[in-house]
Design a protein around this ligand. Sequence first.
Ligand SMILES: [Zn+2]
Length: 1119
Amino acid sequence: MSDQYARFNNKPVPVKIPKLYDGRIRQFTDRGGDYHDLNLPHFYDRARNDGTDYVKLEVYDVPKLQRPHFKDAIADAKWRKTSKGNSFGPSWSTHWFRINIRIPSDWKYAEQVLFEWNCGNEGLIYTNEGNAVVGLSGQERREWIIPKDWQLDGKWHQFYIETSCNEMSGNNSPPDPNRYFRLDTADIVFPNLEARALNIDFWIIGDASREFPGDSWQKHKARDVLNRIIDVFDRNNPDESIKKGREIAREYIGSEVDSSQVYKTANKAPVYGIGNCHIDTAWLWPFAETHRKVGRSWATQLNLIERYPEYTFTASQVQQFKWLSEDYPDVFARVKEAVKGGRFIPIGGSWVECDTNMPSGEAMLRQFLLGQRFFQHHFGFRTKTYWLPDTFGYSPQIPQFCRLVGIDRFLTQKLSWNSINSFPHSTFNWVALDGSQVVAHMPPDNTYTAQAHFGDVSRSLRQHKNLDVDQHGMLLFGHGDGGGGPTSEMLEKLRRCRGLSDTVDLLPRVQLGKTVDEFYDDILASTDNGNKLVTWVGELYFEFHRGTYTTQAAIKKGNRVSEVIMHDVEFLATLASLKNKDYKYPTKDIDELWENVCLNQFHDVLPGSGIEMIYEDARAIYQHIAEQGEKLAKEALDALNISTHYIPGHSLGALNTLPWGRSQVIEVPTEKIPREVQASSSFISQANGDKLLVQVQAEGSGVALPTTVSSSIPHATAKEIRKGVFVLENGKLRATIENGVLTSVWDQDAQREIIPKGATGNQFVIFEDQCLSFPAWETELYSLDSRKELSAGTVRISQKGPLRAAVEIENVISEQSRIKTTISLDAYQKPTKESEGAFPDISYLEFSCEVEWHETYKFLKVEFPVDVHSDVATYETSYGAHKRPTHFNTTWEVAKFEVPAHKWADLSDYSYGVSLINDCKYGYAIHGNVMRLSLLRAPKSPDAHADMGSHQFRYALLPHRGGVNPDVVRAAYNFNHPLEIVYLPNSNPADIDGYDSMVIDTVPEPKGDEVLRSFTLDGDKSLIMSAVKRFEDDEDVSRGLLPVRGASGRKSVIIRVYESLGGRARAYLNSKQSIARVFKTNALEDDEEALDILSGVDGDKVPIELRAFEIATFRIELA
Ligand SMILES: [Zn+2]
């Protein structure tokens, strides 16, 4: 029995009723309420001053919404006096402040003096010399620790603040053009650092008291500690009582929370805190503002890196590094230093954090080629992690793209936003169509902009879905989008979280200072190099944002067209650089164009989720790519002696840049065919307005001559067989159109009807499109219930053959909107014995639409019910194709009620199928027997005028025997790569083999396009030679950014080949010029395997074999 224990109890103790004491805890640090003047917040500042004896403000209002750099701004500045309380605007305008401050002499002993600024908008502090110091963003970030010597010398000191009239998230959605921002704070502050530190102690312990489970002693202990801190607090003796309060706090969070020492315990910490700032490259603000967001944010982070030794910051998007190097060379130099020191970590490796539903496979690889080469040039390494926290769904080929560019790790968290099913994994092996894998991690906290709260740390492990095999969670913290990344407050909170874990346990330990690489290394080390991780095969379909495959149609079209332009420019420039020694491969121009293509693929630009301003910029970029691409192609063609303009005596031909034969009818503007050629030509047999139709049969890449039209070729015809019933026919297909829709498509060869009885094809349908949130992004499942067919259209025959038969249909959508569709069928020539295999034996119905679109929250689609039954449909994706169910068995299939695809999608059964090809669309849905293509949307936010106006697009219905096959893949390429008219010099007829036997009126054989057939592929037709370019590091190609790697005096060609349909495939890669050496390389063009060369009569050939869906790159070093 203890002597101390009293026998009688005269002081009854009440139980501390939790909800009352919890309320008291809240009150203690509440900045509002009745008692805020009495409690802790009242003591955060010891003194504050904004009087003109200490702070003088002048402003320069930059005219015309310009964004000058420091030097220009200061040189042009017209300063006027200003003061707190004034407002600055309008939206997007820039205002430079010249600020002079003087620190009162009695603040000398202050540990720190702060300058606090709040104008409600974004800003950046510059030194008098023009060095960027720290970013400001209204609420999130408003303080700068002023230099110590300013504090001590008592003199006036000058600095600048550049402000831009937008918040971190722009200026509302859609933007208000006329916002003004009030300068509320421009003060010098003498802070009470201990009072501020107690606030953070109190905050974290408070979170423990609220969030720890009720059956844990730690929860009750936290409440006790907090109440004791309040008990000792004495507003009449704040310094002493705050000190006492902090001592009590140490019982719960330990004694090391005021420094990085707190992390130096031996305890294993499963939560890896990684600082980041997700800056959308354009979204609710234009690209030009992003330049400055990067400057502000990263300058701020360098500042934090100096102050917090435990801290590492991660930044992605190479474009942003490039902008920083151009706009803020001083900050970029400091970034480079911090990268060297391992504190600032460039990551991601792609040009931007792009959309991955829509970019072509080649564009995806170029994102990395540009990105990794930039990192290598400036930082001396390539990243191992692909970083896409915010992108709206993930192509099934991404793991393969990654492995081809030296990346084996992947990060996202976006699938946590799924609106229907919860994605089942946090850490897993993600497997591509070809079987390639990457380690994928989705931070369990389900955000990339965590505030580093207690709950964020807790969730980073608690919500991990694969704790049985892996116990590592990444905590991605920091304000995004101009909020500038992590704040000192976040780092202070994390120190306390760690101290808390080491003192009372229960909260998972958080660690700082580890890199993203180390995080993944630790996962691999603890899971037998990933062998124990669960597997997810195929696309990471995002169950949200399904409208982004369609919104901003012009941008989608710009993307598709630009990808085609880049293919052609590189193909032609490569061959020109081999043939003509006076021609220089335009590396810099090509890089610049690819950078632009990749920039516009950013995940709020191409998906259509940005404000109107960014689409003005994006359209200008596409215009630039088109003009510059045309110029580069013309220069290359000139070097190849192929003219894009008529020269008397030259022959007209069609340029085929694709590596296979194609037989097509093309429309040529009349002015492209001079009168004398028209008069003497046997190949023109049909005019269409100001265009002439010409049929060409290209046997491969090169220039194909028009085919003479003879009466023996089956012609395309258009007839009105009964009133209002029209038939297009070409000997292979017979299409019947009634009331403006297809009622029958009969395949003559297969003797098969494609449109089910009673159904109608090319049926335009319109849906109400009122989603629950995010109008530009979303279309909801229930929208499908509002399906309405457009009323019957008026039909007339517009082309009667013989090369093309067509009807024109006009549909009214509403009083403001209408569609004009031309359905056409071209002459079809059955392959003869000689031509068999040279051209695919196919014919398709083409639909060319012109739409005037002025709707509000409507979705226009077109449907083709087809007489094919299959439980899966096939969709083209980046360098591959994949299957998705056509049913709604489970909610996982329901979620895919609208899906992304590239140039084609296909519904096939065992014996027969139908493909739906497009020239600029990405949204599809194939369910049951209905194939649906999404055409236009009408969301009003964040762009109030998205998609209003005129649109032109084409699609085609291609029936085929058997399942989906290489003819479909190639037809879709052909559909997107038009044949261009060029002119070749005629050769001397005597040079032509067999001239003697030629009939006199034979078109003279032009000469000079052989070089375009320098590289060909012979073998399995599912292999696609998709890109021909020069080796980046050849002597004559290199820009000097990276060392030359090509053999001196030799030229190398890079050829990309992919297997498009999912089967092992073999071929010969042929080169007309003899080959010195050939390597299989990765997509960064590093040699990996030397291949055999066989010599033949007509040059050299290299046998190649690809796995199903493999993307292979070859470097052919010419002798
Ligand atoms: Zn984003």
